[in-house]
Design a protein around this ligand. Structure first.
Ligand SMILES: [Fe+2]
Length: 194
């Protein structure tokens, strides 16, 4: 099994891509219902753009291991809403994650089931610590790929279903050359989906 001995991988600092692994890609078609402007979503689906890429580095899913890799969210908007990742809770809820921004300018949108939310701006060199119990989503508010390097407990798992059902309380739209955090009209309440 890999990772029983020390391993080396190279990640390009600008693009975020790993030289030795193939990334996974998410296109707009995988994000039906996640952007607040449905008409803009349908219009953008003509091109079905790539929204983000990320790595699964095949670390064994054990509590004693650390999963890691890069997330690369591309620049762009659906209507007035910036490109973003789907976002997730961890299946083992009380597991944290670290995201180190290495390129671009973006946001980490976070919320909890008991009604708290937070949104932290990331620039290269800045780290956000996402505590256990906080759903998290990356949002690119800049003009170049927003690249973060993440590390979390390898058996934490991803609960995408809750976000696919509930969405996030807040969404981020372009506003006078910058951005604004607004209430998400698609938010469906703060319960787990399963
Ligand atoms: Fe995570």
């Amino acid at each position: 099994m890999a990772y029983e001995t020390p391993e080396i991988f190279d990640f390009d600092l600008d693009s975020g891509f790993c030289l030795q692994k193939e990334p996974m890609h998410r296109h707009l078609s995988a994000m039906n219902g996640m952007f607040h402007d449905e008409a803009a979503y349908q219009a953008a689906m003509k091109d079905n753009p790539r929204i983000y890429s990320f790595y699964d580095m095949d670390v064994p899913a054990r509590s004693t291991d650390l999963a890691y890799g890069t997330s690369i969210c591309y620049p762009g908007k659906v209507g007035d809403e910036f490109f973003m990742t789907k976002g997730h809770y961890h299946e083992i809820m009380d597991t944290a994650e670290v995201y180190y921004c290495q390129q671009g300018r973006g946001l980490m949108m976070m919320e909890t089931l008991d009604g708290r939310w937070d949104c932290k701006e990331l620039v290269p060199g800045r780290v956000v610590y996402v505590p256990g119990g906080w759903a998290h989503r990356s949002i690119n508010i800049g003009d170049v790929p927003f690249v973060t390097f993440f590390v979390f407990r390898a058996d934490a798992g991803h609960d995408y279903a809750t976000i696919e059902h509930n969405s996030f309380r807040k969404c981020v739209v372009a506003d006078q050359g910058g951005y604004a955090v607004i209430d998400n009209p698609n938010w469906q309440g703060g319960e787990l989906a399963k």
